[in-house]
Design a protein around this ligand. Structure first.
Ligand SMILES: [Zn+2]
Length: 206
C-alpha cells in the first residue's frame, strides 16, 4: 500500500512511501501564483553568464494535512487521542518566483531570447509544483493517527507530536524528490533529460 502508515502511538516508527517524481500519470496542476522579478545586466551575454551560475527561479510548494478534531478515550490508566488526517497540497500558498533579465536597448531578438528563457524557467519550476502535487495525490486520503499518555493532556500532546512527525516525514520525502529532479536537470539547465527545454539564454548573434 502506497503511503501506508506503519504504526501509531508513543515513539512509533513513521514509515511513508510514495511514487517517484517521474512516475504516474500527469496531473492537471492547480494554478499557483507566479512572481516576476527583473534584474538589470550590461548585456545579454552578461545575463546569460549569470543565469548559468545562479538560481533563476524558485518554487515554494506547501504540503499540509487537515486533521479531524481529536477523539479522546480512556482504557484503564491510559488515555488515547485519535485523529484522521487528509493530506492536502496547498496550491493557494504555493508559488513560483522567476527572475527576468533585461538590459539597455533590447532588440526584438533580445526580447524573444528572454521570452524563450523565461518560459523554460517557468516550465522547470512548474515541474517542482507537479512533483509535490503528484506525491500528495499518491498518499492515502485518510491517515488515522493516535497518541497515548497517562493523562488526557499527555495523550493530546502525543497525538500532536505524532501528527507533526508524519507531516514532516512526508515533507522530507517530497524534498528528496525535488532534489532528485534538480540533480537530474541541473536546475533546468539540462531540462531536456526529462523532455523539456533547457534553461539557457540564447543571445542573438550580433
Ligand atoms: Zn529546480
Amino acid at each position: 500500500m502506497v503511503g501506508a502508515l506503519a504504526a501509531v502511538g508513543v515513539g512509533a516508527a513513521l514509515v511513508v512511501s510514495g511514487p517517484a517524481y517521474a512516475a504516474g500519470p500527469a496531473l492537471r496542476s492547480a494554478p499557483v501564483r507566479i512572481f516576476k522579478k527583473t534584474r538589470d545586466f550590461a548585456s545579454c551575454e552578461k545575463a546569460g553568464a549569470w543565469a548559468q551560475a545562479n538560481p533563476v527561479g524558485t518554487t515554494k510548494w506547501v504540503f499540509g494535512i487537515d486533521w479531524t478534531a481529536p477523539q479522546v478515550s480512556k482504557f484503564g490508566d491510559t488515555w488515547e487521542a485519535d485523529s484522521i488526517g487528509t493530506p492536502v497540497f496547498r496550491s493557494g500558498q504555493s508559488s513560483i518566483t522567476v527572475t527576468i533579465p533585461r538590459w539597455k536597448n533590447m532588440t526584438s531578438a533580445d526580447r524573444a531570447a528572454v521570452a524563450g528563457f523565461n518560459s523554460a524557467v517557468l516550465a522547470h519550476e512548474q515541474g517542482h509544483i507537479e512533483i509535490a502535487e503528484k506525491h500528495v495525490a499518491g498518499l492515502p486520503k485518510k491517515v488515522p493517527l493516535g497518541g497515548f499518555g497517562p493523562t488526557r493532556a499527555a495523550a493530546l500532546q502525543d497525538l500532536k507530536n505524532v501528527e507533526e512527525g508524519w507531516r514532516r516525514a512526508v515533507e522530507e520525502q517530497i524534498q528528496a524528490l525535488q532534489d532528485e529532479y534538480d540533480t537530474e536537470t541541473d536546475h533546468g539547465r539540462d531540462q531536456h533529460k526529462v523532455g523539456g527545454d533547457d534553461v539557457v539564454l540564447n543571445c542573438p548573434q550580433r
